[in-house]
Design a protein around this ligand. Structure first.
Ligand code: TXA
Ligand code: MG
Length: 348
């Protein structure tokens, strides 16, 4: 695609929010901060604007987009019905890092739903995001603002890297607080199913609905041609140029020494290794990118995508990644890490 825009990055102010709203109403794209990752925003009811998203990202046309709202009353015109479990979850966790699947109303264009008869809707926890949606006066379709296949952006700088020249404006709301994309939950049936883990954890869903299931594709790759409930599961995601191998072990010290051994063996084979590890572990001067504290998966959630992007700026050919525990948001971290590694996981 030819470069068309002199992309500007502006802090979130009344003036920049108003300008973002203008661009959206004119059918253009804006980089939008949210608490999960930055989104590439367009008017969800304008098919031409939505098509621009797919072009700017290089995204497969069969992967549907999430529609973002700023208040509960904006939900009803977009859906055919609100299933009881979905309403319970919305009341408990909106605004927040959770997308719910609904039967879609006729006003949702094909370009958004990618041919499905459902639509994913989310009310972001980020105030800047809700202000931008309100300023545009439209429901906002927004995938993560990365080029397709790259790690999702968690800073305005990441968005600029991927989208410079492709969009007119990025609002800079600072680094994303959650750092991994929203939980995608299908709560149309009696037991809610988590299609993509995120900041709203299985434990949290169970506390509201009494039960929860994880889709089988959360921790494994979909086979070629396999039918999946969430089209995004099919695609290789978050992949840096370097090969990624995950080492998993509940004991922090044993994990650190295994990472060091794998690093040294790779180096002997002529690879350029790096460790994605935890603060305070002994890595003896080896090349390390930190995912924060071993005991706080929230840290790894905030830092993982930036670390994967950072790898691409180095000559590292093989990254050895320390697995986090899978409780809480750790499940989302392991799902994203697993995809970056094409589920190459070594259990110690
Ligand atoms: O946190 C987020 O959700 C971010 C921010 C920008 O809000 N957005 C985001 O969008 O991650 P995207 O397009 O990168 O991922 C959307 C995911 C995909 O895996 C897609 O397959 C799934 O949600 N999805 C969307 N609509 C769906 C539907 N109707 N049924 C099942 N899965 C759906
Ligand atoms: Mg994405």
């Amino acid at each position: 695609m030819d470069k068309q825009y002199d992309t500007r990055v502006l802090p979130v102010t009344e003036a920049s929010l108003a300008e973002a709203g203008d661009w959206i109403r004119r059918g253009e794209l804006v980089g939008m901060p949210t608490e999960t990752v930055y989104g590439l925003a367009a008017d969800a009811l304008n098919p031409e604007a939505v098509s621009r998203i797919f072009k700017a990202k290089g995204r497969p046309q069969d992967n549907p987009l999430i529609v973002h709202i700023s208040a509960m009353e904006e939900l009803y015109p977009l859906v055919k019905e609100v299933p009881p479990a979905a309403l319970q979850l919305a009341e408990a966790f909106w605004p927040g890092p959770m997308t719910l699947i609904f039967p879609k109303a006729d006003c949702i264009p094909m370009e958004v739903s990618a041919g499905l008869d459902t639509v994913g809707i989310r009310m972001p926890g980020s105030l800047a995001a809700r202000q931008m949606i309100a300023a545009s006066g439209r429901p906002i379709a927004a995938p993560s603002a990365n080029r397709s296949g790259k790690p999702s952006p968690t800073t305005a700088e990441h968005v600029l890297r991927d989208m410079a020249g492709r969009i007119p404006l990025i609002l800079d709301g600072g680094p994303c607080q959650v750092g991994v994309e929203s939980s995608v939950i299908d709560a149309r049936g009696p037991v809610p199913v988590i299609l993509r883990p995120g900041g709203i954890t299985p434990e949290m869903v169970r506390s509201v609905c009494g039960d929860v299931r994880l889709d089988e594709h959360v921790m494994k790759a979909a086979e070629a041609g396999e039918k999946v409930r969430s089209p995004g599961m099919k695609y290789r995601h978050y992949a840096p140029v370097a090969k990624v191998t995950i080492l998993r072990c509940g004991e922090e010290e044993k994990l650190a020494s295994a990472l060091c051994r794998a690093y040294d063996e790779a180096e002997k084979k002529g690879e350029v290794p790096a460790i994605l590890g935890f603060d305070g572990a002994a890595y003896g001067g080896r090349r390390v990118l930190s995912l924060g504290s071993f005991h706080h998966p929230e840290d790894a959630a905030q830092r993982l995508f930036a670390a994967l992007r950072r790898l691409d700026e180095t000559d590292v050919t093989h990254a050895f990644c320390a697995a986090t525990e899978e409780g809480g948001i750790g499940l989302a971290v392991m799902n994203r890490m697993g995809r970056a590694a094409a589920f190459d996981i070594v259990d110690l």
